[in-house]
Design a protein around this ligand. Structure first.
Ligand SMILES: [Zn+2]
Length: 106
């Protein structure tokens, strides 16, 4: 993704994770359009591509899947690695969202 320039307004994410409580994402159920806008603005305060990259890194969280299965299939391991993203709301809460939502916001 090329996020260097803010050339459009944030899209309010429309993924369907909110209706799936078994997933570790809260996405749209916890985000207001204002939160989305504020987070978008916070991101584009970083003018350098490098700073934007750091911003993303500090807001994402990759979890290794359970390690007790000893398989030598590294491709498979990478695919099952869960990454969630954190979005800070106006109230200062950190909300876990999926990659799709995160990309929509930025
Ligand atoms: Zn989602």
């Amino acid at each position: 993704m090329d996020l260097y320039a803010a050339n459009n307004l944030p899209i309010y994410p429309k993924c369907c994770h909110s209706r799936k409580p078994y997933l570790p994402f809260q996405c749209t159920s916890q985000l207001s359009p204002r939160d989305v806008k504020e987070f978008h603005t916070a991101f584009y305060k970083n003018k350098q591509k490098k700073e934007q990259g750091m911003f993303i890194l500090s807001h994402c969280d990759s979890k290794d899947p359970k390690r007790h299965r000893k398989r030598k299939d590294t491709n498979n391991r990478l695919k099952s690695c869960i990454t969630s993203y954190q979005v800070k709301t106006c109230d200062g809460l950190m909300i876990s969202v999926c990659r799709q939502t995160f990309q929509d916001i930025l």
